[in-house]
Design a protein around this ligand. Structure first.
Ligand SMILES: Nc1nc2c(c(=O)[nH]1)N[C@H]1C(S)=C(S)[C@@H](COP(=O)(O)O)O[C@H]1N2
Ligand SMILES: [Mo]
Length: 322
């Protein structure tokens, strides 16, 4: 089984090389902004088309204009989709791609609850309908000291949150990944994390314009192993904050419990901002290995997003903010 999958993916990879070259050229062109008006989809003119929603999603994703670039080389589609952390599908880096078909994403809905005026169960169509999609290239820095550069497609979490009208009591947003005790995913048969996977952000972190709800990458619908159909991307924090396959969003008053903090509070804090000055208890965070590169590179404060997010932590002792 394993060897069949490996063979298949290396056969695919040659096509992807060509694919990616074209992709990069095309996107390079879009960078000029000439096509940014293409962000006005057909659905803008014919609102009823928006109801068709999910069948339109692949097109909306592949046409999403790039709004954020990075002067660093992209990781390949194959790297991004075969080297993953997704413990629900196993702890090995290739487990998520090998077990990807165990994750059923259709139908999908998201429960919204807590301190807000519009709680309820929203279908994926409801969630995605009003949002213009954009492509943003971000670094992803795992707490394990490896990193990638990924072209995500999504929309600002802030725009989604505003639709639910959080009350003034909403100080944090809590998220959960799917977990059905009667039908556990392959990795959920072990209680190595307390399922469901839980994550959370302070409200101002959630509302920061960098925080993305992603539905795709490389111009394609989100692969299951990367957290289909809907996952968070918080580029200035260690990767485990970017929770995958979200089924619940709760507005809460107190700092919510988060899975890695519950598993090991000494090693994984709530904030978990990328910080080369604060070592993990078992390894240094000063440097990282960019997947695909041999030599390590320096890790950047807030993963290189300091200018955009440092203000969120003014007055906090960042040496304790692990
Ligand atoms: N539900 C869930 N979300 C998760 C994880 C997980 O195990 N389960 N792993 C996290 C970790 S540790 C990282 S580094 C990123 C990896 O995202 P990627 O596989 O898309 O690169 O997803 C994060 N989100
Ligand atoms: Mo990670």
């Amino acid at each position: 089984m394993v060897s069949i999958i490996k063979k298949k993916s290396s056969r695919i990879s040659e096509n992807l090389v060509t694919d990616e070259k074209l992709y990069r050229q095309r996107r390079q062109f879009l960078k000029t902004g000439i096509f940014s008006s293409a962000g006005l989809s057909l659905a803008t003119y014919f609102p009823t088309l928006a109801m068709a929603a999910l069948s339109e999603l692949p097109n909306r994703i592949s046409n999403a204009p790039r709004t954020r670039t990075l002067e660093e080389e992209l990781n390949t589609f194959e790297e991004i989709t075969t080297y993953n952390n997704f413990y629900e599908l196993g702890t090995g880096k290739s487990d998520p791609v090998e077990n990807a078909s165990a994750l059923i994403t259709d139908p999908w809905s998201v429960m919204v609850e807590g301190e807000c005026e519009r709680p309820g169960t929203y279908t994926l169509e409801d969630i995605l309908k009003p949002h213009d999609l954009e492509e943003r290239i971000y670094r992803l820095r795992c707490v394990e000291a490896w990193s990638m550069v990924i072209p995500w497609v999504g929309f600002p979490l802030a725009d989604l949150i505003q639709r639910f009208k959080p009350t003034s009591n909403a100080k944090y947003v809590a998220f959960e990944t799917l977990y059905d005790e009667s039908k556990p995913l392959p990795g959920q048969k072990r209680q190595n994390l307390a399922w469901p996977y839980r994550e959370g952000l302070r409200m101002d972190e959630a509302m920061n314009p960098l925080t993305l709800m992603a539905v795709g990458l490389y111009g394609k619908t989100m692969p299951n192993q990367n957290g289909a159909p809907l996952r968070l991307v918080v580029p200035w924090k260690y990767g485990f904050k970017s929770i995958k396959s979200i089924v619940k969003i709760a507005f809460v008053e107190q700092e919510p419990a988060t899975s890695w903090n519950m598993a090991n509070a000494r090693e994984y804090g709530f904030y978990s901002n990328v910080n080369p000055q604060v070592d993990h208890r078992r390894w240094s965070q000063k440097r990282e290995r960019r997947i695909g590169e041999y030599f390590k590179r320096d890790t950047l404060m807030f993963n290189g997003y300091e200018e955009e997010v440092a203000y969120l932590y003014e007055g906090m002792d960042l040496s304790k903010n692990y």
